[in-house]
Write a protein that binds this ligand. Structure first.
Ligand SMILES: [Fe+2]
Ligand SMILES: [Fe+2]
Length: 361
């Protein structure tokens, strides 16, 4: 990576790492939550609204994955444990009514994620090979190929708006695995995360690099700036990661999720960078993707062999959950990509609402 280009790209600040702005509600539960967070209604009313939602929802169905109200509510409740919500008191993080509401939504959400995937058998000895087979399977809707060959600037902006919900805080949920690991797997996760956070240099943090891509594309790169525009399927993929990250019993799934992220990144990032260059963008826009081509070719070895393999040898009972986390990550990526491709092939926007995205400052 050119130091000159990096310095130029980083001359203007990117707003990653600030509190999430409060979005518009998408139904009765998120309406109640936002009123509670603004301290306009008592928190018990939120739990009541969530219980009503649970009583009228098919808790065994996959509908919760595309339920706008449920996914936005989960996003806000999880954010209280991460960057926090703008103007909202931090003490809401451990409010019993909010935690009970989260549990009410998480039960059917976790069940829906488990029902979404078929899990290949794996043992601690075969886990690395199983992960390699899962992450090199052909198929999928061809999102990276489309964006490389024919994607328009508007489609690129939409793609980055979807990705920004995770990418502007890239690595944070996986980092929650560090204190729950020991020995070799802990050292492996720290090694990978250190790269994600720029090896001690804020301007090299991957979240910062993604902000530069967004700004080059002309859209607002401040944290969660496009939250109101992204649909439930996008929020659900980030919420699945938060679910794995915030429950220690799902440590294996968190590790498996990171494996799928790292093991499916290097080649697509090369393809994405090609797409940006086709549209005339330079290194400031492609840095994020260029960086991942090389870094993730190394990371995929560390996470599959030392992190996942090491954890499975230490705690064999977590092996199946590693496979679960990887499978859920792949399935949610595919659902999101399919959503974008379906909308674009129908000549529509993949986002909620009308009009262009908020422009770069
Ligand atoms: Fe990264
Ligand atoms: Fe990585």
């Amino acid at each position: 990576m050119s130091e000159v280009v990096l310095a130029e790209a980083c001359a203007a600040p990117v707003g990653a790492g600030t509190a999430m702005p409060l979005p518009a509600a998408r139904g009765p539960v998120s309406t109640a939550l936002l009123a509670v967070l603004r301290e306009e209604r008592p928190s018990a009313e939120l739990h009541g609204a969530a219980q009503e939602w649970a009583a009228t929802t098919d808790s065994g169905g996959a509908g919760i994955v595309t339920d706008e109200d449920a996914q936005l509510t989960l996003t806000l409740l999880y954010e209280l444990h991460l960057q926090g919500l703008a103007g909202v008191d931090d003490s809401w993080e451990w409010n019993p009514d909010l935690l009970a509401t989260r549990a009410l939504l998480e039960g059917p959400f976790e069940a829906a994620l488990r029902a979404l995937v078929e899990l290949p058998e794996a043992t601690p000895d075969t886990l690395q090979q199983t992960l390699e087979t899962m992450t090199t399977a052909e198929g999928g809707p061809g999102l990276s190929r489309h964006l490389a060959r024919t994607g328009t600037l508007e489609q690129w902006q939409e793609f980055c708006a979807h990705r920004s919900i995770y990418q502007l805080r890239e690595a944070d949920p996986h980092t929650l695995g560090i204190p729950r690991l020991a020995g070799g797997p802990k050292a492996a996760l720290v090694e990978v995360q250190a790269d994600e956070y720029g090896g001690g240099r804020a301007e090299r943090m991957h979240s910062t690099l993604f902000g530069h891509t967004m700004r080059e594309l002309g859209i607002d790169a401040s944290y969660a700036a496009h939250l109101d525009r992204v649909p439930a399927v996008t929020l659900a993929s980030v919420n699945a990661l938060s679910l794995f990250a915030l429950h220690r019993r799902l440590l294996g799934a968190l590790v498996g999720h990171l494996c799928a992220v790292e093991m499916t990144s290097s080649l697509p990032c090369k393809v994405y960078a090609r797409g940006l260059r086709r549209l005339g963008f330079g290194t400031a826009a492609t840095l994020f993707f260029d960086e991942h081509v090389e870094a993730d070719a190394v990371h995929e070895q560390i996470v599959s062999r030392d992190l996942a393999g090491g954890l499975a040898r230490q705690q064999p009972e977590r092996t199946a959950d590693v496979v679960l986390g990887a499978a859920v990550c792949l399935a949610m990526d595919e659902l999101g990509a399919q959503h974008m491709m379906d909308r674009w092939q129908a000549g529509q926007s993949s986002l909620r609402g009308e009009g262009p995205l908020k422009p770069a400052a």
